[in-house]
Design a binder for this molecule. Sequence first.
Ligand code: UD1
Length: 339
Amino acid sequence: MKILVTGGLGFIGSHTVVELQNEGFEVVIIDDLSNSTVEVLDGITAITGEKPLFEQLDLKDRTKVEDFFNRHKDVAGVIHFAASKAVGESVQKPLMYYENNLSTLVYVLKEILKLEHQNFIFSSSCTVYGQADDLPITESAPVKPAESPYGNTKQIGEEIIRDSCKVNADLKTIALRYFNPIGSHPSAEIGELPKGVPQNLVPFITQTAIGMREQLSVFGGDYPTEDGTCIRDYIHVVDLAKAHVVALQRLLQNKNETNFEIFNLGTGKGSSVLEAIKSFERVSGKSLNYKIVGRREGDIVAAYADTNKANDVLGWRTELSLDDAMASAWKWEQKIRNT
Ligand code: UD1
């Protein structure tokens, strides 16, 4: 069965391609290489022993998207990762974000509607909840006004899919709301490749530990939490990748209850920034140079998932710990810096 993975050379996309191949799916990847490299294909191949099909293609080019689907009418499902994801950049370049993340979604959906099998998985984010009133966060928690154009593209993306599902009974979709994906494949053949100075916590931790950054700034030590730092739900990217395969199988086997379903993907456990640092120090044996500084604008205090729906309905649960994720992130950082 052929599955299209857009953004399949990116961080979560590449790990999902591995899990799809492990389950026997044939994978075709579309990626524009804007935030990835073609060498990721070698990493995937090293793990699975099978090179996925790959087309370098910009999904903003509607004619090329049409042409791709004309050549791949046998696609049985689409997992759509391709999108820009830097929150700060989205504030500076809102139109680029709306074009990259939403026009491409529309073009892909239009082509899916012409296929025999109309199965679609969308990468959404817990960012749609903003600072939720109740923790852990269930899927029925209200969507809060977006804090950034990036966050808004995830909210509007879900609305585009919901509206399309209302009038296209054959279209079956699942939106997966990720909490904080971290880590890498345990083989260290693939992992996260942030461009420039990392904005996310874990790549900043590993780059500091390896000596690329002087010091980690911990943003805020006066939050109303046990140790004063923010709480997040850090999920191992391999667990996250496996959830995509389970969600896809749900659609392929017509087990979905409605044609637009939403699932949180997290561990259900909140960890503070200091706990994350301790976990890293424990598994790496390194002491991290960090300093508590002022809060980062736009940060929420605490977010972690209620995982009951994903556990009960999807039958999926996480298997890996924060320590596992930190150990894999560290192994990956050491590998790419040749140490
Ligand atoms: C961020 C985005 C979110 C996006 C997600 C994708 C913001 C405000 N939010 O979430 O919209 O969906 O990435 O991965 O950018 N931290 C430090 N020092 C650092 C970096 C981070 O203390 O150098 C802290 C942050 O304050 C936060 C935690 O680490 O408490 C996690 O930060 P990060 O990895 O950026 O993720 P989010 O802020 O949860």
